[in-house]
Design a protein around this ligand. Structure first.
Ligand code: PMP
Length: 305
């Protein structure tokens, strides 16, 4: 990923992709105090547009606030940086990765005395869990790793260090031949995937864990709430048990990278018909209509670059 043409925005400047480097004594590399975002831009009739740019940028600043990192840029500057990166790399549709990190002025657990940095990169990235998975559903395994408790690392911050838990869970699941992991919270209730929020469908109602289960407050999750309202589908946030997923009619993951990905199996137990369910398909179609600019009601969620 590091050896290619293009530009990366780094601390206020567009630099050549190959020159976008940090020192090995960077504090964040050692102790994991950093925050990032995953954002997507889609091709629309009016041109390339970043989906829910303000919400993603606000979450990045919230993550930094939770970590007590003072970003030396405003939200507006961070938004302009994201637009600039999509433009500079002439991308029609892409994934964007803003990241904030601490400099290499000093090591030791205390981050005090280190400068705070911000970068944004963007590149083309297709279906995160595969095109096939999008249409047919993926196979998921309940993780042997517990999701972060709400008072260990902060679960509403999209921090670098939170992802060690995600990496362990995803590696375990994929090593065992599954596509993704489903993590339970410290009390044993369903929380989320390694990089996705989870939803189940039962008797026409959609359920998703409430955020006390330690899941990230996903922006796609919130988009699904709007879609459900538009489609007249009841949506309930509640505690969900692992066996409720086994006996659900349908299940799906959501996330900026994963978009809306159906789940067809959990722990080798077939969910519903074992294929993308009809309600999942409706939600998925509505989602892609919104992000691709085909639903005027949500034009305000699309920022043209
Ligand atoms: N949970 C985790 C752990 C994630 O990494 C992500 C992806 N950012 C999500 C949920 C979904 O969040 P969003 O829809 O905002 O991308």
């Amino acid at each position: 990923l590091d050896d290619r043409d293009g530009k990366i925005w780094m601390d206020g400047e567009l630099v050549d992709w190959r020159d976008a480097k940090v020192h090995v004594l960077t504090h964040t590399l050692h102790y994991g105090c950093g925050a990032f975002e995953g954002v997507r831009a889609y091709k629309t009739d009016k041109g390339t547009a970043i989906f829910r740019l303000r919400e993603h940028t606000q979450r990045l600043f919230n993550s930094a606030k939770i970590l007590r990192m003072k970003l030396p840029f405003s939200i507006e500057q961070a938004e302009e940086a994201q637009k600039a990166v999509v433009q500079a790399n002439a991308l029609e549709s892409c994934y964007l990765r803003p990241l904030t990190w601490l400099g290499s002025e000093k090591l030791g657990v205390s981050p005090k005395g280190n400068t705070v940095h911000l970068m944004v990169a963007a590149w083309a990235w297709g279906a995160y869990l595969g095109e096939d998975g999008m249409a047919k559903g993926i196979r998921v395994k309940t993780s042997s790793y517990t999701r972060h408790h709400v008072n260990i690392t902060m679960t509403q911050a999209k921090t670098v260090s939170n992802y060690t838990n995600s990496i362990l869970a995803n590696t375990e699941a994929t090593d065992d031949g599954y596509d993704e992991a489903l993590l339970l919270d410290a009390a044993g209730f369903v929380s989320e995937g390694s990089g996705e929020n989870v939803f189940i469908v039962k008797d026409g109602v959609i359920y998703t864990p409430d955020l006390s289960a330690g899941a990230l407050n996903g922006i796609t999750r919130n988009t699904i709430f709007h879609i459900c309202q538009d489609l007249g589908i009841k949506l309930v946030e509640k505690r969900i048990t692992r066996d409720e997923v086994y006996i659900a009619d349908e299940a799906f993951f959501t996330g900026t990278a994963a978009e809306v990905t159906p789940i067809r199996e959990l722990d080798r137990v077939q969910i519903g018909s074992g294929a993308r369910g009809p309600i999942t398909e409706k939600v998925q179609t509505a989602f892609f209509d919104i992000v691709n600019g085909r639903n005027p009601k949500y034009a305000h969620w699309l920022t043209l670059v």
